[in-house]
Design a protein around this ligand. Structure first.
Ligand code: SAM
Ligand code: SF4
Length: 419
């Protein structure tokens, strides 16, 4: 038995930008089309929330920030200039802080991307979803694949390159009418853009979305789970052959060594020691999967810190009103927090398993777990781990526990053992 750790951890910050031009047919994120008039008051409310929570965080270092959506690239650059000034005043950002911004292809130009890079944004994530016009139309996407190519070229020119934290592209597989050949073509075209990071999501038919209702009403065929599994397997092999390492169920990143000489000759990289191994893995999302603390700012944002899980009010109008009138509470809450749940040690242990097992390579480390909770994996979960290992879904040894390839396809079967 070790002693549970007591060191405060670096923080991460998620910032929700809940505005979109249209709602895509599959998406149930907390985001709104047609509320552009609220963008300016929303940005003011966000600035206030950043100040209030930053004051309460009392100088704890922040090593990742993620502007997620919604479509963060809809906010004007001037707004980001204000937000960054407030962020840097309120929080102690580490020197190599990873700052990601989600962007939709077709919403960015050269000046905008250069401006973001100059402010300190170090990683961009573009939602590509598909490279086929028919599929993009079905999903209600506003852009073409040509827009993606242009957006990537502009991002590269603006400095979102291998000396930054890189570029991520999102794709969705398992959509109605999608064939294996279509999926293969999309993935190959996207690979030709040489992103440092790829997120491949199996389509989920979310409640209340048009896509789900079209399938339920028989207007579209039900996605075929066996075909989706085949697509996932094929993608894994292709990406491995192209040098991408899978580190989470839906996420792959290039290792640094794959870019070798070009990086060394890059004048922007003055200090190679800044380029740590695993640089292109999303550190922000790793913070979630390692069950480490993060603050959620903005409408509908979730946070987990100081022994609490919490979430902010969903509607942008209500969020703005709460920030106008509310007063600061105890860290990590702002006046926008509407749900809060205390985390017991048992909750935290279960969540550490549930989240950590998504990390396909590192899994849940035995030594880390013991240092954190003062109990070994065997003492806490021996019976369940043996059972899952017996089913071939989990590998468990001295280093820790991680999913097997079969377990990756049946993740939910594994995760429910730890809920
Ligand atoms: C919150 S969205 C924000 C990205 C950005 N607004 C965009 O659409 O380009 C992040 C990603 O989640 C994925 N996503 C959203 N809804 C999904 C669903 N129902 N099934 C699978 N993936 C989904 C998409 O790949 C999307 O790019
Ligand atoms: S997928 Fe992106 S653009 Fe589409 S509705 Fe969701 S957040 Fe908005």
């Amino acid at each position: 038995m070790g002693r549970p750790e007591s060191q405060p951890q670096n923080l991460s910050i998620y910032i929700a930008i809940p505005f979109c031009q249209v709602r895509c047919a599959y998406c149930d994120f907390n985001t709104f089309a047609g509320l552009d008039d609220l963008m300016a008051p929303y940005a003011r409310a966000l600035a206030r929330e950043i100040r209030l929570v930053g004051e309460a965080a009392a100088g704890r270092p922040v090593h990742t920030i993620f502007f997620g959506g919604g479509t963060p690239s809809l906010l004007p650059l001037l707004v980001y200039q204000d937000i960054f000034a407030v962020l840097r005043g309120a929080f102690a950002l580490t020197t190599d802080c990873e700052i990601t911004l989600e962007a939709n292809p077709g919403t960015v130009d050269a000046a905008y991307l250069l401006g973001l890079r100059a402010l300190g944004v170090s990683r961009l994530s573009f939602g590509v979803q598909s490279t086929h016009a028919s599929e993009l139309r079905l999903l209600d996407r506003l852009h073409s694949f040509e827009d993606v190519r242009q957006a990537v070229a502009l991002a590269r020119a603006a400095g979102f390159d291998r000396a930054s934290h890189g570029l991520n592209l999102d794709l969705i597989f398992g959509t109605p009418h999608q064939t294996l050949a279509m999926w293969q073509a999309s993935l190959l075209r996207v690979l030709a853009l040489e992103p440092e990071h790829l997120s491949l999501y199996a389509l989920s038919l979310e409640h209340g979305t048009p896509l789900r209702s079209w399938v339920q009403r028989g207007l579209l065929p039900m996605p075929d789970a066996d075909l989706a599994a085949e697509m996932y397997g094929w993608a894994g092999e292709l990406l491995a052959a192209h040098g991408y390492g899978q580190y989470e169920i839906s996420n792959w990143a290039l290792p640094e060594k794959a870019e070798g000489r070009s990086r060394r000759s890059d004048p922007q990289v003055s200090d190679l020691r800044l380029l740590a191994p695993g640089r292109y893995q999303c550190r922000h999302n790793l913070q979630y999967w390692r069950n480490r603390p993060y603050l959620g700012l903005g409408a509908g944002a979730h946070g987990c810190a100081a022994g609490w899980r919490y979430s902010n009010v969903l509607a942008p109008g209500a969020y703005i009103a709460r920030l106008e009138h509310g007063v600061v509470g105890e860290f990590p809450f702002s006046p926008a927090a509407v749900e809060r749940t205390r985390q017991t040690r048992a909750d935290e242990m279960g969540e550490t398993m549930l989240l950590g097992l998504r990390l396909t390579a590192e899994g849940v480390g035995g030594a880390d777990f013991e240092a954190r909770f003062g109990a070994t994996l065997a003492a806490a979960y021996g019976r369940r781990l043996r059972h899952l290992r017996g089913l071939g879904l989990l590998a468990w040894d001295e280093a820790g526990a991680r999913l097997t390839p079969a377990g990756r396809l049946l993740g939910n079967r594994v995760f429910r053992e730890f809920v």
